[in-house]
Design a protein around this ligand. Structure first.
Ligand code: DC
Length: 222
């Protein structure tokens, strides 16, 4: 199977690009952030503090998270319920970042990610895919963009959905989450040694997409 690992901070364009490239190549696109979001959402729903390690670890015994792919589109299931929309709520972002710093949570989601990659040609995006989950990936990218560009993209995305959001708040939240994701002890967000750095700040969607398709094809064709 061909596995492409894409890591980077929030709003770098990983998911939009990976989804488009996967569709074009007939691969599946796996958004691993959705798994952490599902665990975070479960905690929020049960009123468990997302920084309370013991509480979260106990909760894992009664947490069932899985992914399914319907017409190539990823759906996230939490205890049998499709939570693909609910996990996008703003409060789920910070909850996901908090629970993702807990080693037991990362362990809990590890096998699931590995298995999907073993069974499918995929583009998998996250924070530790090239460094921890798929160290032998065929191609590793570290996709990033300036904080301002990333905040603007997120702002435009939420505005387009009709949400009432402030740019300054999005930028603050993004910076806070990046800091937390990059400074945790376990599997922090960092560029794997053999990952290609891809700064998308000054590139259009099509430019990034075409460049990535070219890189993947080069790998496939050897
Ligand atoms: O990609 P995202 O914004 O949906 O991810 C939500 C949070 O999950 C993010 O703040 C950090 C965490 N995460 C992680 O620790 N490891 C991954 N492979 C993916 C996400």
């Amino acid at each position: 199977m061909i596995n492409i690992a894409i890591d980077g901070p929030g709003g770098a364009g990983k998911s939009t690009i990976a989804r488009a490239v996967a569709a074009e190549l007939g691969f599946i696109y796996v958004d691993t952030g959705a798994l952490y979001r599902a665990v975070g959402l479960n905690a929020l729903r049960h009123g468990i503090d997302t920084r309370n390690i013991d509480g979260i670890v106990k909760m894992l015994d009664e947490t069932d998270v899985s992914l399914s792919f319907i017409d190539g589109e990823q759906r996230v299931m939490l205890n049998g319920e499709d939570v693909s929309t609910a996990i996008r709520l703003p409060e789920a972002s910070m909850a996901a970042s908090n629970v993702s710093a807990i080693p037991a949570v990362r362990q809990f989601l590890f096998d699931l990610q590995r298995k999907i990659a073993e069974e499918n040609n995929c583009l998998m995006d996250g924070r530790d895919i090239g460094s921890v989950v798929l160290p032998n990936a065929d191609l590793k990218l570290f996709m990033t963009a300036s904080p301002e560009t990333r905040a603007q993209r997120r702002f435009d995305e939420l505005k387009a959905k009709g949400e009432d959001v402030k740019y300054s708040e999005i930028l603050d939240e993004l910076n806070k989450r990046d800091y937390q994701d990059s400074h945790r002890e376990i599997a922090p967000l960092k560029q794997a040694e053999d990952a290609i750095l891809f700064d998308t700040s000054d590139l259009s969607f099509d430019e990034v997409k075409n460049k990535l398709i070219e890189m993947v094809k080069e790998k496939i064709d050897g």
